[in-house]
Design a protein around this ligand. Sequence first.
Ligand code: 5GP
Length: 191
Amino acid sequence: MAKKVSYQNFTFEEYIPEQQILDVVKNMAMQIEKDLTGKKPLFIGVLNGSFRFLNDLFSHFTMDCEVEFIKLKSYESTESTGKITELIGLRDSLEDRVVVVVEDIIDTGLTIANVINDVLAMNPKEVKVATMFLKPDIYKGALMPDYVGMEVPPEFIVGYGLDIDGLGRNLNSVYKKIDSLSFGSQKRKEC
Ligand code: 5GP
C-alpha cells in the first residue's frame, strides 16, 4: 500500500519515491556538466522550493560553478495591472555569465517567465532553465526548459522541497494529493 501523509486536512499518497528522484537528479547533473564544463556557470535557485533540488544537483558537479539564490516577492499593485512580482537577491550584473535558473516545478510558466525577464535585463552571455518537475498539460510558455527532471500530471504535489502552506518540504519522496478538492485552492502564493 502507498505511504500516506496529511497536511491541512488533505491526504497525500506517495507518488515518486526518493530513489527515483535521486536517480533523475544525478542524470540531469551529468547532462548539465557535460554541456557547461569550462563555462563556469552560475546557478540561480528560485527559493524556497528549489533548495533541495539544487543541493542534490551540486553534490554531483565536479566542474567549476557558482550558486546564488533569489526569492520572488508578490504583492498587489495599486494600479490596474494586478499582481507585481519583484525579484529579491539578484546581483547587479550578470555580464558575460552563463546562467542556469533552477526551479522546483514549472506549472503555468509565469514565475519562470518573470525570472528570465529580469535575468536577461542583466546582460548574461547565455541563460538556461533547469526544473525538477514540469506540468506539460498546464505550461503555457513558448520555450521548453533546457533541463526537465520529470513531467508530472496537473495535480498538486508536495515533498522534495515542494510545500503546502510551508509544510511538506522535508519529505524525501514526492506525494500527490488524493482528496477531491480542486488544485487551484491549494496552489501556493509564495515560491
Ligand atoms: P507557475 O508560475 O509556473 O504557474 O508556478 C510555479 C510555482 O507554483 C512553483 O515554483 C511552485 O511554488 C508553485 N507550484 C506549482 N505547482 C505546484 C504543485 O503541484 N505543488 C506545489 N507544492 N507547488 C506548486
